[in-house]
Design a protein around this ligand. Structure first.
Ligand SMILES: NC(=O)c1ccc[n+]([C@@H]2O[C@H](COP(=O)([O-])OP(=O)(O)OC[C@H]3O[C@@H](n4cnc5c(N)ncnc54)[C@H](O)[C@@H]3O)[C@@H](O)[C@H]2O)c1
Ligand SMILES: O=C(O)C[C@H](O)C(=O)O
Length: 320
């Protein structure tokens, strides 16, 4: 059993280390373009194995995709992160080319892999990987909803002075400021959140969640990695262990929620085949309107990708 993480920067290395510590596979490959980087990081991680008590063998490679052959799951984190003052969408030009190249390299040697995209702008980079991979859409999807949900839960836990683990929530939509946290689907061990928190406090938390990535970029000068790396590793775990866990995942939609031809965050069942099923919630009119507004934002960025002309195929459009 083999897992590959492409990109050994902040997010990739954190995700790889989580995967190794959880022993989600016998072999873990870390691939990057920077000469020596993955050799050093994989050696450093492997040297913690006796301390942390794991056996996963970590190999570092520099751009040699043949070493990733036969991977069951591949996490793509390669690409530039944003800096203060930038939006995720500003990364599209450079990152689209990187995602296309690495996806083609991966699929050449691991045609059966499930591909988890992390690179931003997330929804459109998932679409780019899907175009490059030419694999069924249940095998190419993106990580954002678990991270956004984890931030929402962390803020709620602080406000309520309770464990974040008692909070259950689902967020939908694109991984941008138009993401759609859903109070109606947020509970504290089954108790509706609205019974425990004032509307005005909840509204502030939702707004902070929407801008949660930007808050960290302003603080650190680059984007977050601990929560993103852990969230991506949780998706790897669900697939490798065929857990069939329900997570918000950036998935291809073909008519669900009245949306077509785009990748956006929705609840799914995640198991050994990747996306086993997209779950359709009975959204009310207001929730549906927010989701469609977010989808239009994603479509706008898809249009920018189409304008780069790096893919022959495309299905972006301004309308839903
Ligand atoms: N989806 C999310 O929720 C989420 C969360 C955090 C970060 N991100 C995104 O993840 C990406 C990585 O962030 P980071 O903080 O790890 O950045 P980073 O700069 O620390 O690491 C990126 C790595 O990608 C490598 N790379 C670049 N081109 C490559 C190629 N062609 N092949 C292989 N490796 C290549 C770089 O050498 C670098 O080591 C960014 O686009 C960031 O915006 C997404
Ligand atoms: O905000 C970013 O640029 C990185 C990531 O999407 C995040 O939400 O942390």
């Amino acid at each position: 059993m083999k897992i590959t993480v492409v990109g050994a920067g902040n997010v990739g290395a954190t995700c790889a280390y989580e995967i190794a510590r959880k022993e989600l596979a016998r072999d873990l490959v870390l691939l990057d373009v920077k000469e020596g980087l993955t050799l050093g990081k994989s050696l450093d991680m492997w040297q913690t194995s006796s301390v942390q008590g794991f056996n996963t063998r970590i190999t570092g490679v520099t751009t040699d995709f043949s070493k990733t052959a036969g991977s069951e799951v591949v996490v793509i984190t390669s690409g530039i992160p944003r800096r203060p003052g930038m939006s995720r969408d500003d990364l599209i030009d450079i990152n689209a080319r990187i995602v296309k190249d690495v996806t083609e390299g991966i699929v050449k040697y691991s045609p059966d892999a499930k591909i988890i995209v992390v690179t931003n702008p997330l929804d459109v980079m998932t679409y780019a990987a899907f175009l490059a991979a030419k694999l069924p859409s249940n095998k190419v999807f993106g990580m954002a909803g678990i991270l956004d949900g984890a931030r929402y839960k962390a803020f709620l836990a602080e406000a309520l002075h309770i464990s974040p683990q008692s909070i259950h929530a689902i967020l939908m939509g694109g991984h941008g400021d138009s993401m759609v946290p859903l109070p109606r689907y947020t509970t504290v061990s089954g108790i509706p959140i609205t019974e425990l928190i004032e509307d005005s406090v909840l509204e502030k938390i939702i707004e902070r969640t929407r801008k949660g990535g930007g808050e960290l970029v302003e603080l650190m000068g680059t984007s977050a990695w601990y929560a993103p790396g852990a969230a991506a590793a949780q998706m790897v775990e669900a697939i490798m262990l065929d857990q069939r866990r329900v997570f918000p995942v950036c998935a291809a939609l073909n008519g669900e929620y009245g949306l077509n031809d785009l990748h956006i965050g929705v609840p799914v069942i995640l198991g050994k085949n990747g996306i086993e099923k997209v779950i359709e919630l009975n959204l009310n009119d207001d929730e549906m309107a927010l989701l469609h507004k977010s989808a239009l934002e994603v479509k706008k960025i898809m249009k920018s990708l189409d304008n780069l002309n790096i893919f022959e195929e495309r299905y972006g459009s301004d309308t839903l």
